[in-house]
Design a protein around this ligand. Sequence first.
Ligand SMILES: Nc1ncnc2c1ncn2[C@@H]1O[C@H](COP(=O)(O)OP(=O)(O)OP(=O)(O)O)[C@@H](O)[C@H]1O
Ligand SMILES: Nc1ncnc2c1ncn2[C@@H]1O[C@H](COP(=O)(O)OP(=O)(O)OP(=O)(O)O)[C@@H](O)[C@H]1O
Ligand SMILES: [Mg+2]
Ligand SMILES: [Mg+2]
Lengths: 255, 255
Amino acid sequence: HPRLLAVANQKGGVGKTTTAVNLATALCAVGQKVLLVDLDSQGNASTGLGVRRSEIQKSTYDVLFDEANVEDVAVKTKVPRLSVVPSSLHLAGAEIELVTADDREYKLKKALRKPLPYDYVIIDCPPSLSLLTLNAFVAVDSIVVPLQCEFYALEGLSHLVKTIERVQRSFNPDLDIHGVVLTMYDQRNNLSGAVAADVRKHFGDKVYKTVIPRNVRLSEAPSYGLPAIVYDMKCPGAQAYIHLAGEVIRRERDI
Amino acid sequence: HPRLLAVANQKGGVGKTTTAVNLATALCAVGQKVLLVDLDSQGNASTGLGVRRSEIQKSTYDVLFDEANVEDVAVKTKVPRLSVVPSSLHLAGAEIELVTADDREYKLKKALRKPLPYDYVIIDCPPSLSLLTLNAFVAVDSIVVPLQCEFYALEGLSHLVKTIERVQRSFNPDLDIHGVVLTMYDQRNNLSGAVAADVRKHFGDKVYKTVIPRNVRLSEAPSYGLPAIVYDMKCPGAQAYIHLAGEVIRRERDI
Ligand SMILES: Nc1ncnc2c1ncn2[C@@H]1O[C@H](COP(=O)(O)OP(=O)(O)OP(=O)(O)O)[C@@H](O)[C@H]1O
Ligand SMILES: Nc1ncnc2c1ncn2[C@@H]1O[C@H](COP(=O)(O)OP(=O)(O)OP(=O)(O)O)[C@@H](O)[C@H]1O
Ligand SMILES: [Mg+2]
Ligand SMILES: [Mg+2]
């Protein structure tokens, strides 16, 4: 059985997709087999790994609603040992369809909680705490929370934590926060430092030691359909994600 | 009857709240009376205008579901002539409640399409094309689309345009895109320039001439509960929003 991780935060633009794509790639670089599930109808994780929307047959939508087998939907990427379940625009209608569906919170769990030929499954979540993200929280072991070092990003944290606690009580007692990763840290401005200090005060050791710096190479890589680790391995952003993968694996060993 | 504008883009973190708050403030600075409606359960626009979540009695949720009068829910801000309908965490459950509600797409329109003592009503939308954002599209005259100068942000544009066209056909024939505003433009990197050129190619004159630069003062201001225009009027970010307000008003005159 693979370890299941969700990358989630309802605040928009905090680096969820960038973290999911580069963390998955870094885990593959050290020999792990990884499946990335794109649960966002925007499809950024699929594009960031070079999957063209026009070429895909089936998507995450089919896994949720037509009980398509994850193995049949997953496509290989240019990264060795990394496959992706691509998303499609269909997924945009999924929120509404889920409301009245049977077992609406368990659909993703049913599709992923089975013997799969991967060490990790990583789910990239959309910017909301809706039924799609809830499906991810019910299905996974643990959540990686990217947090942009900005004031507005702090606001949503308590709501995210309360939602996780609610899911623990009603659907998935073993769910926990794997860690909080500080993203887009800019040492030239004081705001980043102030936010980072505040987050470490509230979350203590849950905050990974690795901090992801603001680095334009991270935002250039998706236009080539490549993770930053492949596009420019030596850049500060890629190096930070490689360190983060090391920290994630060390924490996994301790679990 | 006020003019109704929605600030929307399903991509997260592109500057919707920052644009809604600072555009509203700049319009007030030139004598307009403005109501800002916070339609995002994160409540960033409310916080950005100094409204404390713990102090509010009623919120956007009550306007949508309990048919509370907008005038009774609006609270004054530190900015003269600017009031805000604050959001609350209640709104997070609104998506699900709307699915099975009567007139689910028209709730906001019913609350806002009436004689109100404002020149403009500006709605800050959440990062999704769900029923809340659909409510805004059905209610308003026009949409301001903030677009971050990044590759991933381009991906969602065609989906946003298709959704607007669908709303025009089924619910609101007069709806149009007021304009596209380029945000977080960083002249130090080529990506911003490349994205800006691409957007101007597709959207032509719809793209405002004013470009909002990346400016840390814009992200510091919310931690003081102030719009950047009040926090630091002379900073590049605030000046850009003042110019944008001028452009919005000139376009309004032409309409
Ligand atoms: N450390 C970084 N330095 C510079 N740019 C970054 C960094 N991390 C992410 N970006 C860029 O910032 C933007 C937002 O990141 P991303 O799309 O990964 O966030 P997200 O949380 O997945 O957004 P959404 O809420 O829309 O899903 C993207 O254009 C991305 O390329
Ligand atoms: N021009 C800018 N320069 C620097 N920082 C900015 C700029 N515009 C916005 N920001 C900051 O970037 C972050 C994202 O902006 P904002 O929250 O306004 O986006 P949003 O689209 O409303 O996000 P969401 O999708 O979560 O609603 C915020 O922390 C904000 O302070
Ligand atoms: Mg994303
Ligand atoms: Mg916002």
